[in-house]
Ligand binder design. Structure first.
Ligand code: GLA
Length: 507
């Protein structure tokens, strides 16, 4: 082989290589980056009433950032998230949740993955997927709804949502009512047995809303709960659908209220959710007033619990619509950060709490297993100090002795139920937060929360408690022992995320 021929062969080979390389480069340049931008229709799960839930994701991707909304039968919420190539993770933009609610991958124009723990599949949406809104109903002009005279102290009871969610049924509620009595909760003051979302069936041609198969006879269930000396609560929404996507009271307020009264319902939680797709926040008050009027018109004493996550300064107009309590926050989770976040969020509402009208930082998670015993004692103490409703959210049929000792601490419950009805506010000093609640008999309850993950030494100074006179007698409400102030001070070690809770009286 001559050098010339070798050179030619080498050159040919190199040209071929470069050509091949170019094909690869241009192929990868042509390969389209997957994009989540667009409207996607998800196949929702089948609801307990046989209806099919729907879901529309309306997304916009810029770089790896994704924004948009998620809409279901229960309402429409802003979302934010991150896309890494074909992988998507989405969070509720307003939910302050550490975990994404959707984790999925895009493959061949299908998004597939998990929404919470359920399988999730979505394909490009068409016009037929649109979630139809009912006709707009103008809410009434404002007027004060007469007070029902209920909830002179914060309501106490149990609610199905935190632990059971859509799994609650007639049998669960009956056995909870039994356990309320046998566990001593009823004697401690827990009276309401509240059914949350997912009891609803469908509405018939006459507008009558049936129960679904989990609740075959609501009147009989109410009679059973009443036979135990307890009261029963139910749940609906001012929108066309509840948060879970079930039929709700929009346009049927009077009819539903009448039916609740006929069943013997004593408590209604009324949850905004899909009402937000029909009304702007400036209509919150008249919309809630409509159900307040409807409950009043039944003549039955029914505690009215507004659930709209603190929108539109509800604490300012809640009493005027007949409300006895109102949520001030989003949903609690069984985690320290979520619990503390909720209690801190309702600090600005403190001046508006009082007998008959309470701020509600959401239901208790005590006993649900994801916080330490010290954290649960702090949870109970803070709800007591802030005069929050005490609605247990655990399985009260199977409580550990520690859970019982927390939920049934009579001294702490007495602080919550104090007739003066004051909501404590915190004063922060490093990692210690001190909450003081004046009580009717002139004494005060004080809680020092250790925000640190290490033990801390807490000092309560009598002079900071607003007592009239010098500190005289003090009791540690968790150690169940009397303690002494020396030189106007009392000090104790507080465990990580724990609390020192005292009741202090003066001469
Ligand atoms: C909302 C409420 C919860 C619960 C669910 C039921 O999220 O804030 O407390 O009632 O709806 O769907």
């Amino acid at each position: 082989m001559t050098i010339e021929r070798h050179k030619v062969r080498m050159a040919t080979r190199m040209t071929a290589c470069i050509a091949a390389l170019l094909v690869v480069v241009s192929l990868s340049a042509c390969k389209k980056q997957p994009s989540f931008t667009g409207k996607w229709a998800a196949t929702g799960k089948t609801l307990q009433n046989g209806e099919q839930e729907k879901g529309i994701l309306d997304l916009k991707q810029e770089g790896d950032q994704v924004t948009g909304t998620v809409e279901g039968l229960g309402g429409k919420f802003p979302v934010k998230g991150k896309a890494t190539e074909a992988h998507l993770e989405l969070w509720g933009a307003d939910w302050n949740d550490p975990k994404p609610f959707l984790v999925a991958d895009l493959n061949d124009q299908t998004i597939q993955g998990k929404q919470w723990d359920d399988a999730f599949t979505a394909r490009p949406a068409t016009d037929a997927d649109e979630i139809k809104k009912p006709e707009y109903i103008e809410p009434p002009a404002l007027h004060p709804v007469p007070s029902n005279g209920l909830a002179k102290t914060p309501p106490m009871g149990w609610n199905s949502w935190n632990l059971f969610a859509e799994k609650v049924d007639d049998q669960t509620v009956r056995t909870m009512a039994d356990a309320m009595v046998s566990s001593g909760m009823k004697d401690a003051g827990y009276i309401y047995v509240n059914i949350d979302d997912t009891w609803e069936g469908t509405r018939d041609a006459n507008g009558v809303l049936a129960t679904n198969k989990k609740f075959p006879d609501m009147k009989a269930l109410a009679d059973y709960v009443h036979s135990k000396g307890l009261k029963i609560g139910i749940y609906s929404s001012p929108g066309p659908r509840t948060c879970g996507g079930y039929p709700a009271s929009y346009g049927h307020e009077e009819q539903d209220a009448k039916m609740f009264a006929e069943w013997g319902i004593d408590y209604l939680k009324y949850d905004w959710c899909s009402a937000g797709t029909i009304y702007k926040n400036d209509k919150l008050q008249p919309v809630y007033q409509k159900m307040g009027d409807a409950l009043h018109a039944t003549g039955r004493p029914i505690v009215y619990s507004l659930c709209e996550y603190g929108l539109g300064d509800v604490q300012k107009w809640g009493p005027a619509v007949g409300g006895n309590l109102w949520r001030t926050t989003g949903d609690i989770r069984d985690e320290w950060d979520s619990m503390m976040d909720n209690i801190h969020k309702q600090v600005p509402t403190a001046p508006d709490a009082g007998p008959g009208h309470w701020n509600d930082p959401d239901m208790l998670e005590i006993g649900n297993g994801h916080m330490t015993d010290d954290e649960y004692r702090t949870h109970m103490s803070l709800w007591a100090l802030t005069a929050a409703p005490l609605l247990a959210g655990n399985d009260i049929r199977n409580m550990s002795d520690t859970t019982k000792s927390i939920l049934l601490n009579k001294d702490v419950i007495a602080v919550n139920q104090d007739p003066l009805g004051k909501q404590a506010s915190p004063v922060k000093n490093g990692n210690l937060e001190t909450w003081v609640k004046p009580l009717k008999d002139g004494s005060v309850a004080v809680g020092v929360v250790n925000l640190d993950k290490a033990p801390a030494n807490a000092t309560v100074k009598a002079g900071d408690l607003g007592l009239k006179g010098t500190a005289h007698a003090a009791r540690d409400l968790w150690a169940h022992k009397d303690v002494k102030f020396a030189n106007g001070e009392y000090s104790a070690s507080v465990p990580p995320h724990g609390v020192l809770m005292l009741r202090v009286s003066a001469h």
